[in-house]
Ligand binder design. Structure first.
Ligand code: MN
Length: 326
């Protein structure tokens, strides 16, 4: 656990009046939960605080209290402070922060490839989720928070550990979730909201994606593909496919999973690893991708077939170098 100088954050909050919170494109449970928790804190301090994200909140996260405050309406006024959560670099917010003219940028995150882009940086790469960093801030500063904030933080940790299944599911992550549960968080309800509340269109989309399942390189690599064109055809949303990448490493013998989403010109990869291959490092070498060692992403500016061929070449070399091919 990385020690933080929380005094500088508290001073920055005291010294400013208005705060805009934002996070990465393609919102997930951690970025939504962390933003809602910090929004509550800033409002409890009597501050003007708002959330703006370039992408919409996934429907399955709209059960969280105050989630309707996460807007996609571009801010048309200045804010004293911009707080970016769960985002390894400022480009990933997907909008031009210059338009709000912030006096200070505060960066709160857990990605190990975070570029420390803030004036103040609170980056703990040992934390399984940004929600854990916010929890530490609250706990280490004696800040008591209400049940709906506990639910946001629990959702952040649950989703970034893939429902407590990834290798980042640490004693710290479980310990925090245990404390949040003791505060009254209903684990079964949150699990159901996040993982078991699909729309018909969303589930139809998943069935189409499942049907693309393929194995490569001696069964060490598994892939699934989603052409973006099928969204309109089915009437499903992009966010309905969130989490599907995690299914690419559930087969025996698979070391690396690949979930692709492609248009005619561009192919996006979500990479997953069971632990022997560092997909974060690998993604970083490809067109500015990045992420964690077990979950990462990158984009190739080329059609699916070509991009997939390249990716499989890279993975074959990587598997050979790690002596995972016999
Ligand atoms: Mn995260």
């Amino acid at each position: 656990m990385t020690a933080m100088n929380w005094g500088t954050l508290i001073s920055a909050v005291d010294a400013h009046d208005s705060f805009l919170l934002s996070s990465h494109l393609s919102l997930d449970g951690d970025c939504v939960g962390s933003q809602l928790a910090l929004l509550w804190y800033l409002k409890s301090k009597g501050k003007k605080a708002a959330i703006f994200c370039a992408d919409p909140i996934p429907r399955k996260l709209t059960f969280l209290e105050n989630s309707e405050l996460i807007t996609q309406n571009e801010p048309n006024e200045n804010f004293d402070a911009l707080v970016i959560l769960d985002c390894s670099n400022i480009k990933r917010i997907g909008w031009d922060h210059g338009k709000i003219n912030p006096k200070i940028i505060i960066n709160i995150d857990h990605h190990r490839d975070n570029t420390d882009f803030g004036d103040l940086n609170f980056v703990d790469p040992t934390a399984a989720a940004t929600g854990l960093v916010i929890f530490s801030f609250f706990r280490e500063n004696g800040i008591d928070f209400p049940l709906h904030v506990a639910e946001s933080l629990y959702t952040a940790v649950m989703t970034d550990t893939g429902g407590f299944q990834f290798s980042n599911t640490s004693a710290r992550a479980l310990g925090v979730c245990s404390e949040l549960t003791a505060m009254g968080v209903d684990c079964a309800r949150i699990y159901e909201k996040v993982y078991s509340s699909h729309t018909r269109e969303g589930l139809t989309l998943l069935s189409r994606v499942w049907s693309t399942l393929q194995f490569h390189i001696d069964g060490k690599v598994c892939s699934m593909d989603m052409p973006l064109s099928i969204l309109d055809e089915i009437g499903a949303k992009y966010s309905d496919s969130e989490g599907m990448a995690d299914n690419t490493i559930i087969a025996d013998g698979v070391e690396v999973g690949i979930m692709t989403k492609h248009s005619l010109e561009e192919t996006h990869f979500s990479l997953r690893s069971k632990g022997k291959i560092d997909v974060g490092k690998l993604a970083k070498t490809i067109f500015g991708g990045g992420g964690h060692s077990c979950a990462a992403g990158c984009t190739m500016p080329m059609p699916y077939e070509e991009a997939m061929g390249k990716m499989l070449d890279i993975l074959e070399k990587e598997l050979e170098s790690k002596l995972l091919l016999v």
